[in-house]
Design a protein around this ligand. Structure first.
Ligand SMILES: *[C@@H]1O[C@H](CO)[C@@H](O)[C@H](O)[C@H]1NC(C)=O
Ligand SMILES: *[C@@H]1O[C@H](CO)[C@@H](O)[C@H](O)[C@H]1NC(C)=O
Length: 204
């Protein structure tokens, strides 16, 4: 089994009209044994910027702590929040720096940039960015997430419809992957508010 699959995960981000959604499953496991069903994989960087970290749970937490540290230094020096594009480059550089002993994580970055234009991207554990205009996925459920998102996604969705779409995509995908699931965590971010939802799914 790959080290990326040990703890299991499903992370997805989707773009709507001047808004975005980022979601993850809530399972933490060691191979097929489930350890916890309230595990957090989506982390806040600032009000309009979030990162989801799939892969090895311990590395996800370490990487998040290092990113918060780097972002706080930036805030002190620049007296402003980081743009999503800048943050993606930071994550990429941090991962590439550690390429000979990488963090076993595949990040999903989602944020609102200037004029509230949504930005999403994903990368591999060495920091190779993959930009997309519609949705990005990562984790052990990524194969089924690609399929579900591909068929459910529509451009320019409003926040409510976006929530419904990403929840259904996540919910149906994790049923096809025994290493992720056990509920979902969905964040809908608009220029004025952040809505947080915990969704129920199959617990088997
Ligand atoms: C995640 O997987 C690793 C295997 O590399 C395992 O050692 C660890 O216990 C798992 N995490 C938790 C918190 O169970
Ligand atoms: C997720 O799917 C299960 C069936 O697999 C269903 O019972 C549940 O209501 C769904 N949850 C949401 C939030 O759609």
């Amino acid at each position: 089994m790959s080290i990326f699959e040990y703890n299991g995960s499903a992370v997805v981000a989707m773009v709507g009209k001047n808004c975005f959604a980022i979601a993850s499953d809530r399972r933490l496991g060691v191979q097929l044994q489930t350890i916890a069903t309230d595990f957090q994989r989506v982390f806040k960087i600032h009000d309009k910027l979030y990162i989801g970290l799939s892969g090895l749970a311990t590395d996800a937490q370490t990487l998040y702590q290092r990113l918060v540290f780097r972002h706080k230094l930036y805030q002190l020096r620049e007296e402003r929040d980081m743009k999503p594009e800048t943050f993606a480059s930071l994550v990429s550089a941090l991962l590439y720096e550690k390429r000979f002993g990488p963090y076993f994580c595949q990040p999903v970055i989602a944020g609102l940039g200037d004029d509230n234009v949504p930005f999403i991207c994903t990368m591999d554990c060495l920091g190779a960015k993959e930009l997309a205009k519609d949705f990005v996925v990562s984790g052990t459920a990524s194969e089924s997430l690609y399929g579900a998102c591909e068929s459910m996604y529509k451009p320019d969705m409003q926040p409510d419809e976006l929530f419904e779409t990403i929840s259904q995509a996540l919910n149906s995908s994790v049923d096809r992957d025994c290493l992720s699931g056990w509920g979902g965590y969905v964040l809908i971010v608009t220029p004025t508010e952040v809505r947080e939802h915990v969704i129920k799914s199959r617990m088997d």
